[in-house]
Design a binder for this molecule. Structure first.
Ligand SMILES: Cc1ncc(COP(=O)(O)O)c(C=O)c1O
Length: 397
């Protein structure tokens, strides 16, 4: 028999998964083209040519030993290139020794939490949040503390933030550009978060890590910039991956980069390397470390995501949906047309629209649209949104 905890988690399958399963049923009934599936955040575009060219090169030129184990933190030359890319907009540069290659951002967050948390330590997350955070924190005996953000900005209110920090707080996870809102935290917000944490560290006499989960950092619109977290707080940790920026979600490649200003930087890095090993990742995939190393600052064609964002944003706003304009990532997070977001999503399903309720992100009353999908599907889906709005208007009559 499997563990009680895992059994319980299986029973509470995520909303994204549930909607995906619903979608498969609808597609069997109505045909692929007549179902509008906005449930999954699976990157849509193919990796840039530089990545596929390098992949062929690495495979063809493979030298003896290329596929062996390496240092648990990754290849030094790859870590150097990652550090160089991070250092482009940093005040105090980080060293390659402070970068650890990981199995995606998901692997990175788990390695980090395993390294930093004692049992019972609290980790603050901001709703709406990436639902997997709860499991990652629980994996390492931490306690998730959820703080709801303001619905106008989806950034944390600093007084409320201050109020949830306790003597047990060990980490805070932020995610910008955000899944599910698409919001990019402003420099002002990051400075504020940094200030609150400095005060809290002083008050409670312990370090609090600010974990910045940034897999969408390169997917930004209208020239938006994601500020470098290391400029705002001494105990900052960047977690990133190439899942979205290079369209490599299935290849599982990312990194952790800690602020070189940590007092115990060597010990922390040894802890990360140890946890990367003992959680069973051992090291990030050797082949993919090499493949991405010359494409770190490239991206999939972001303009194609922007076309999708603009089309949906304009259409949905014209239909009366309220939402904050997303500046990055590939999600929209509009207000549902009734208070009960789950009921709303079930109504939408009647029009073959698969949406994810805000409740799945700890934020009821809203819903998520993931627009990393075929443009033709978005165009085909627009009449269904019109019908859904019409349906709600009729209900109110
Ligand atoms: C906010 C957020 N963090 C982390 C991840 C995991 O990314 P990766 O594929 O790099 O593990 C995702 C994936 O969707 C995400 O949305």
């Amino acid at each position: 028999m499997i563990s009680k905890e895992v059994r319980e988690n299986l029973q509470n399958a995520s909303w994204i998964r549930r909607m995906f399963v619903e979608g498969s049923k609808l597609k069997a009934q109505f045909g692929e083209d007549n179902v509008y599936d906005y449930s999954l955040g699976n990157p849509y575009f193919e990796p840039p040519k530089s990545v596929t060219d390098k992949l062929k090169h690495v495979v063809n030129e493979s030298t003896p030993g290329a596929h062996r184990y390496m240092d648990n933190a990754g290849f030094p030359e790859v870590r150097q290139k990652v550090a160089d890319a991070i250092n482009r907009d940093i005040v105090k540069p980080i060293a390659k020794e402070h970068v650890l290659m990981t199995v995606g951002a998901a692997g990175g967050i788990n390695v980090l939490l395993r390294t930093a948390l004692d049992a019972g330590d609290e980790v603050i997350i901001f709703a709406p949040y990436f639902a997997e955070y709860i499991f990652y924190i629980n994996n390492h005996n931490g306690v998730p503390v959820i703080l709801k953000t303001d619905e106008k900005t989806f950034e944390p209110d600093l007084d409320a933030f201050k109020a949830v920090i306790t003597e047990k707080t060990r980490a805070v996870i932020i995610n910008s550009p955000n899944n599910p809102t698409g919001v990019i935290y402003s420099e002002e917000a990051l400075k504020g978060i940094g200030r609150v944490l400095i005060e809290a560290e002083e008050k409670f006499g312990r370090e609090i890590y600010l974990i910045s989960d940034e897999p969408y950092k390169a997917l930004v619109y209208d020239g938006a910039v994601v500020p470098n977290i290391h400029n705002y707080f001494r105990h900052s940790v960047m977690v990133n991956s190439y899942s979205k920026s290079l369209g490599l979600a299935g290849e599982r490649i990312g990194y952790i980069a800690i602020n070189s200003q940590f007092e115990d930087v060597e010990l922390f890095m040894s802890g990360l390397a140890f946890c990367n090993r003992t959680l069973g990742f051992v090291n990030a995939p050797a082949l993919w470390q090499k493949v991405i190393s010359d494409s770190l600052e490239e991206t999939v064609d972001i303009s194609q995501y922007q076309v999708r964002r603009d089309l949906l944003l304009n259409k949905l706003r014209a239909l009366g949906f309220e939402m904050v304009e997303p500046k990055g990532a590939f999600y929209l997070f509009p207000k549902a047309l009734e208070e009960d977001d789950v009921a709303f999503v079930m109504e939408a399903k009647k029009f073959n629209l698969l949406l994810v309720p805000g409740s799945g992100f700890g934020y009821p009353g809203y819903f998520r649209i993931s627009y990393c999908v075929d443009l033709a599907m978005i165009e085909r889906s627009l009449p269904a949104f019109e019908k859904l709005v019409e349906h709600y208007k009729n209900l109110k009559k």
